[in-house]
Design a protein around this ligand. Structure first.
Ligand SMILES: *[C@@H]1O[C@H](CO)[C@@H](O)[C@H](O)[C@H]1NC(C)=O
Ligand SMILES: *[C@@H]1O[C@H](CO)[C@@H](O)[C@H](O)[C@H]1NC(C)=O
Ligand SMILES: *[C@@H]1O[C@H](CO)[C@@H](O)[C@H](O)[C@H]1NC(C)=O
Ligand SMILES: *[C@@H]1O[C@H](CO)[C@@H](O)[C@H](O)[C@H]1NC(C)=O
Ligand SMILES: *[C@@H]1O[C@H](CO)[C@@H](O)[C@H](O)[C@H]1NC(C)=O
Ligand SMILES: *[C@@H]1O[C@H](CO)[C@@H](O)[C@H](O)[C@H]1NC(C)=O
Length: 458
């Protein structure tokens, strides 16, 4: 799910950024920074020794931050303001290794994150160009300071550094930057690999991403240390069944819908597949790859578009990559949440079965051809009880779905427990379950124009 929104007025900004290689910034910082050399974990030390806090002058990192209280900490019962024994909570510093927080070039989940910084952060550092965000972590031993920086002195003062959060921005800088930083910085720093894009996508951008070394991971994949999926299904207890018998085909005026903004940059011939399917069953194509429109057209993912899609019986939830568990908002939000039945492809059927509600989807790999799939959709269209069987799960479970994995404060809070122990052995990205979940790597773009060589991954 990548939607870079390159607007005209961002182009000068983009050029300016592109012309100042991060590498230079970092190597410069490395050259004259050691004079400051703040101790790693000094924030945590402050917690242990309040008196030292007064003397610590290496604290320029987080001098001016404001407290950003999210949620309602009193509801958790810990650290409540009324507590008699008030010991200050330690602060864990989590740095995000990204050169800047420029909007426009960034994809959507990152934009949300940038906005959060805008609203709740304070500038710090030379020229006040850097920002920090203080997060309350009611369930954790420490609260969190989040920094976005490439400056070695601030990175060195962090307890954990998140890398690869914006692989497009960092592409081709990883190979030089990361090994260098790992050597130059304190070995007690925890390195956290971040990935909500598919490994096919990332290795297409930058093959060296597969060589990134890390201690802990944040990805959509179930093997991650901190899971960040696009959606989640939780079965209810049977006695909590609430909804009554409902005909899910009622009020549906359309048959099959597809919405996409990326027509050609896919790792399997997705557009060709949809075109072939269209020869056998009507498919309304929204977004850039088709002519169907749900207004306002400037944002294909606007809320009212969801209402339009909800009027279809089926929604094509076809991912850009062939990777198990890479199941995005296309499926969780656009289809299941909207009350349609998703026709899915991306990972193997087994992965969908593990993660989605039972009997809630139709996998492309179950059919020998687009024609056979079309015939099955027509059959369900003609038989309401067969169609409704794909909605039966709704009585027994709940969905949590988002348009993109939220970079919410609790995500950073989840890093805290990992930093309380020394870092484990380094792992290499390419050996992770997340990377190994793909049909093939490195990712390459699909041959265009023909479906002949395409055999669905089952
Ligand atoms: C980072 O901190 C370590 C330990 O305090 C120190 O040895 C190292 O020189 C520092 N590196 C930089 C680039 O500041
Ligand atoms: C943690 O950071 C907050 C906000 O900057 C600060 O008020 C608090 O004193 C810090 N706690 C410790 C133990 O340093
Ligand atoms: C705190 O620091 C002071 C001065 O550095 C030291 O004398 C004292 O023992 C420390 N206290 C604790 C609890 O570590
Ligand atoms: C915060 O907690 C208090 C006390 O439990 C409750 O009355 C209040 O509604 C909560 N506020 C929010 C925004 O959840
Ligand atoms: C269908 O639409 C009608 C009128 O808008 C509404 O009353 C009814 O509840 C809808 N039925 C379902 C199953 O959504
Ligand atoms: C619909 O399918 C069910 C189950 O396969 C079958 O029992 C029923 O006769 C079908 N109804 C129609 C109208 O074809």
């Amino acid at each position: 799910m990548v939607r870079t929104r390159l607007r005209l007025y961002y182009i000068p900004v983009f050029l300016a950024t592109a012309l100042i290689p991060t590498w230079l910034i970092v190597s410069n910082a490395l050259r004259y920074v050691p004079a400051i050399s703040p101790r790693r974990g000094f924030l945590a030390q402050r917690a242990r020794n309040e008196s030292e806090r007064q003397e610590d002058r290496g604290t320029s990192v987080i001098q001016h931050e404001i407290s950003y209280q999210l949620g309602n900490s009193s509801e958790f019962g810990h650290n409540s303001r009324g507590s008699l024994n008030v010991t200050p909570k330690c602060n864990t510093t989590v740095a995000i290794l990204v050169p800047s927080l420029l909007p426009g070039l960034l994809w959507r989940e990152y934009k949300q994150f940038v906005d959060q910084f805008k609203r709740h952060s304070t500038p710090f550092g030379r020229g006040k160009k850097l920002r920090s965000l203080h997060l309350e972590c009611p369930r954790q031993r420490c609260n969190v300071h989040v920094l976005v920086t490439v400056e070695a002195r601030y990175l060195n003062a962090s307890d954990a550094i998140i890398v690869n959060m914006n692989p497009q921005h960092m592409k081709r800088k990883h190979p030089k930057l990361l090994p260098h930083l790992r050597r130059a910085l304190n070995p007690k720093i925890h390195w956290v690999f971040y990935g909500v894009e598919s490994p096919q996508r990332m290795t297409y951008w930058d093959r060296s991403i597969s060589e990134i070394e890390y201690h802990h991971s944040i990805t959509y994949h179930s093997e991650a240390d901190i899971e960040l999926p696009y959606g989640k299904y939780s079965p209810n207890l049977l006695d909590q069944v609430t909804s009554s018998k409902r005909d899910w085909s009622a009020n549906k005026t359309g048959l099959v819908a597809w919405m996409a903004s990326n027509c050609k940059n896919t790792h399997w011939p997705r557009l060709e597949f949809v075109n072939e399917l269209k020869r056998h069953v009507p498919v309304d194509v929204y977004g850039k790859c088709g002519t169907a429109k749900c207004l306002p057209i400037f944002d294909a993912f606007a809320r009212n578009c969801k209402r339009v899609l909800a009027q279809y019986k089926f929604y094509l939830a076809l991912e850009n990559s062939e990777c198990d568990e890479y199941i995005t908002e296309k499926l969780w939000d656009n289809a299941l949440n909207a009350g349609t039945v998703p026709v899915v492809y991306g990972g193997r059927k087994e992965a969908y079965q593990r993660l989605l509600p039972p009997k809630s989807f139709i996998h492309v790999g179950d059919f020998n051809s687009a024609k056979a799939l079309a015939a099955y959709l027509q059959l369900l269209h003609s038989n309401n009880s067969m169609y409704n069987a794909y909605h039966a799960w709704r009585k027994y479970g709940n969905l949590q779905a988002t348009q993109y994995p939220p970079l919410d404060p609790q995500l950073f809070c989840k890093v805290v427990p990992f930093t309380l122990a020394p870092p484990p052995q380094f792992k290499v990205a390419k050996n992770s379950g997340y990377f190994k979940s793909c049909r093939r790597l490195p990712g390459v773009m699909a041959e265009r124009g023909s479906l002949k060589l395409f055999v669905p991954w089952k």
